[in-house]
Design a protein around this ligand. Sequence first.
Ligand SMILES: [Zn+2]
Ligand SMILES: [Zn+2]
Length: 348
Amino acid sequence: MMKTLVLNAIHKIEMIDRPQPQIKNPDEVLIQIKSVGVCGSDVHYFTEGKIGSQVVEFPFVLGHECSGIIVAVGDSVKRVKVGDLVAIDPSIHCGTCDQCLSGRPHTCRNNRFLGCPGQIEGCLTEYIVMPEFTCFSLNEKFDPTMAALIEPLTIGTYSVEMAHTSFQDKTIGIFGVGPIGLSVLLVLKTQATRNILCFEPLDFRRKKAIQLGADFAFDPFTVNAFNATTETEPGLLDVVFECSGQQKAVDDATRVLKPGGKLVLVGIPPEAKYTFDMDLMRRKEISVQNIRRQNHCVEKAIQFIEHGLPIGQIVTHHFGPEDTQQAFDLVSNYQDGVIKAMIDFDQQ
Ligand SMILES: [Zn+2]
Ligand SMILES: [Zn+2]
């Protein structure tokens, strides 16, 4: 048997015993989970039981940001071996649909994503079975925490990539500097940007953004975002990354973008709806790029970390599996200066 954390109702996670999963196909591997990051999307399921049309049926296992050790492999597995520490891409695409065949496995029509309601259960459990193609073996520079942070870093990596621009000498805004906003920031810091302005209501997150290289960090509820921007960048911003999921941030973002600017929507709006000031959007000819998770960015994120990108700095808390409820309560209430909380399965 193995320990599994199940979401039994809104705000209620319980540790139960379940039988260990078994390898069924020759391309599968059995992974002992080491570390799991608590993600904003997990928290949406925890507090609201849904994200948009994806609704949880209880009981359900959450979690998709994970690392683990390979403990068994199917007959045809070549990519990884027993004993490897792996980062796990939580997305199992089919490989045969039009999306997969056109290089868009992240919007696969038959996608099964760890911890996504209606698809497959998540990684808040001691063992999972995954196809080998989701596993990326890591060298000794990585520990289980860093390995689990590769997944959120892939979102930042992909978001920056999807802005389709060189950031050399560009002025950039980031709305919301939780783990994803910070991962966008860290990726941007690998390029010679001119100014990065962050907008974030929580003071400890603003502080973290400055520590990690943001040029400015404002509270959008006490400072007028447009005025704060024109004071430092009279010509306004080239690109804004919206990482908060808040309508106010979208409104502010349209104001602080320059004509021809780009709005990259990364955050998940809880109501699944935004309104746009179409007068501003049209007159400034702002383009909007939506981000759906990530595409082909796992290796790039691994490379960034190997070259010293300090993603470990976003981790503020570690919990054992028995304290998962506490971890989710903390993250959902933004308590105790929390940015990224990790559940570690490796202390027993
Ligand atoms: Zn996530
Ligand atoms: Zn597919």
